[in-house]
Every structure is written in structure tokens, then in C-alpha cells.
Design a protein around this ligand. Structure first.
Ligand SMILES: [Zn+2]
Length: 55
């Protein structure tokens, strides 16, 4: 299933959202998990997990 990255334009929080086709059809954009703002921009850049790099 697809995972999308979003950024909140109010507080700057970046988060991932797993979206099903049903969800996408039903409702538009997710809310920010931090401030529940609805000004959400989709991020198309690669989203790096916190554990990605080992030097
Ligand atoms: Zn927010």
C-alpha cells in the first residue's frame, strides 16, 4: 500500500500517511498529527527513516 509524506504548513511537522484508495476517495488530505491543522502539503522528496544512516 502506498505511503505518502506530508508537511504541515502551520507547524512544519512532517509525517507519513498510509493511504488506501478508499481513504483517498473519501476525504482529501489528512490532518496534522501535531496541531490537527488542515493546511497540508504533500512532500514528494524521499522520506528518510530515522535509522537510515550508519556511519
Ligand atoms: Zn501542524
Amino acid at each position: 500500500m502506498p505511503v505518502y509524506a506530508y508537511r504541515c504548513l502551520d507547524c512544519g511537522e512532517t509525517f507519513e500517511q498510509v493511504e488506501h484508495m478508499v481513504d483517498h476517495d473519501a476525504g482529501g488530505h489528512p490532518k496534522c498529527p501535531r496541531c490537527e491543522g488542515e493546511k497540508i502539503a504533500q512532500v514528494f522528496a524521499p522520506f528518510f527513516p530515522k535509522t537510515a544512516k550508519k556511519s
